[in-house]
Design a protein. Structure first.
Length: 204
């Protein structure tokens, strides 16, 4: 068996085990860390497929940003696990049905590979020397899909502005800091010295 197939099956098994751990472990922090391991395994598989741009984006965006935010929220909030487990049992038949359909699709693909290997899994042509998948994706984005790329950028900019505007709105009952008042504060306004008489020792 070639080394590429060994690495592929190894990362695939790790990814499947981590994905099962995401929905089966009791601790929410461990579930988030298992999802990070799933993303890393998927990125390694994409590297084997010579899709290094997608692998780098998956690690930088999802593992480096989204999952860090998830871990921060999970550790800061007191999440009740019992209601989540009840919902897991409630939707277990639907999940088993979807898993069975996906397994059937994989079996059909493997069966077609054994019968029509050349047609179902064509071997792509070898990339020329100096070929870069990231460069190819950039050329396609800024030539054929330039308008869609700019529209997506504008939508993200509007989303950022809306998030900032919603955060800065004045709400009743909220506690807000005033840096100018904090700078002008005096020690006697924050610290109060209290003199107390010494208490006699017990038994004296």
């Amino acid at each position: 068996m070639p080394i590429n197939e060994i690495v592929f099956y190894a990362f695939s098994l790790v990814m499947l085990a981590a994905a099962v751990a995401v929905i089966s472990v009791r601790n929410s922090v461990y579930a988030a860390l298992s999802l990070v391991l799933t993303f890393f395994s998927a990125a390694a598989i994409w590297m084997l497929l010579e899709a290094e741009f997608l692998a780098i984006v998956l690690v930088v965006v999802y593992v480096g940003a989204v999952m860090v935010l998830f871990l921060f929220v999970v550790m800061m909030l007191d999440i009740k696990v019992e209601p989540l487990k009840e919902g897991f049992i409630r939707y277990l038949p639907a999940g088993l049905l979807v898993a069975g359909l996906m397994a059937a699709e994989l079996l059909v693909v493997l069966w077609s590979k054994s019968r029509f290997e050349a047609a179902a899994f064509p071997i792509p042509a070898a990339s020329p020397e100096g070929y870069s998948n990231t460069k190819a994706v950039g050329e396609w984005l800024f030539t054929n899909y330039l308008l869609a790329f700019e529209v997506a950028g504008v939508i993200l900019l509007v989303a950022i502005i809306a998030a900032v505007a919603l955060t800065l709105r004045h709400r009743t009952g909220g506690h807000r800091q005033n840096p100018s008042l904090q700078v002008r504060v005096r020690p006697d306004e924050r610290v109060r010295l209290v003199k107390m008489k010494p208490e006699p020792r017990q038994g004296s």
